[in-house]
Design a protein around this ligand. Structure first.
Ligand SMILES: Nc1nc2[nH]cc(C(=O)O)c2c(=O)[nH]1
Ligand code: SF4
Ligand SMILES: [Mg+2]
Length: 209
């Protein structure tokens, strides 16, 4: 069983697969330190139990070949069923992408693609050491105030810049658009990539998209 906050079909709004149709599984539960800008606070606690069979049936019914597993922090439930879901979707040749903060160690044996979005809070980064080695790409929620710390983190860890996406901080279309030009100019300077949060540009503050 997995504790699930919501499941929905939408477009992947963030990172390397932006614009791609996807089935989203938002698992419940996150851990401290919580991010004040979090747009999924409702997923921090609680959730409804869903069996792996039910989840797979939903993916099949919606005919999706691409599944995004997010949260909350999805890897909190790795040993409670997520490892089985990961294996079964891989066996069905359904592509899986994880969205994680990396605050809990990303399991080294995970088969899906892992997009890690490290969090800078109270003057430090909150990333498990193992997460650094397993992440396939890094996505940073950025704004004018945090850009210095993000650059320093990327340089310190020698992260390949082709694996770095900057994404504007902000829950509304207005906040997003105000940052895009600044972030793009910074990406050009540093050799990073830019990601909008396309679902917010498309749907603004609508839930479940
Ligand atoms: N459309 C859409 N794309 C997303 N990519 C990552 C999301 C997330 O909440 O982790 C997300 C989300 O919530 N919606
Ligand atoms: S790690 Fe993600 S889900 Fe958890 S509080 Fe931060 S933004 Fe929200
Ligand atoms: Mg989201």
């Amino acid at each position: 069983m997995l504790l699930c906050h919501e499941m929905f079909s939408s477009l992947q709004g963030e990172g390397p697969h932006t614009g791609r149709p996807a089935f989203f599984i938002r698992l419940s539960g996150c851990l401290e330190p919580f991010c004040p800008w979090c747009d999924t606070k409702d997923a921090w606690f609680g959730g409804s139990p869903a069996s792996i069979e039910d989840i797979i049936q939903k993916v099949v019914r919606e005919s999706h070949r691409f599944v995004v597993i997010t949260g909350g922090e999805p890897f909190l439930q790795w040993d409670d069923g997520l490892s089985r879901l990961d294996r079964e979707l891989a066996e069905m040749k359904i592509e899986v992408q994880y969205e994680t903060s990396g605050k809990v160690a990303i399991p080294q044996q995970v088969r899906g693609e892992v997009i890690c979005s490290p969090k800078y809070l109270s003057g430090k980064w909150h990333l498990a050491r193992e997460s650094m080695y397993r992440a396939d790409a890094f996505k940073f929620v950025a704004c004018r105030e945090s850009i210095f710390f993000i650059d320093a983190f990327i340089a310190e860890h020698g992260i390949d810049r082709d694996r770095v996406w900057l994404m504007p901080k902000g829950k509304t279309r207005k906040e997003q658009t105000e940052l895009l030009q600044f972030l793009w100019e910074h990406c050009v300077k540093k050799g990073y990539r830019l990601s909008a949060r396309l679902h917010i540009l498309c749907f603004d503050q609508k839930k479940g998209v």
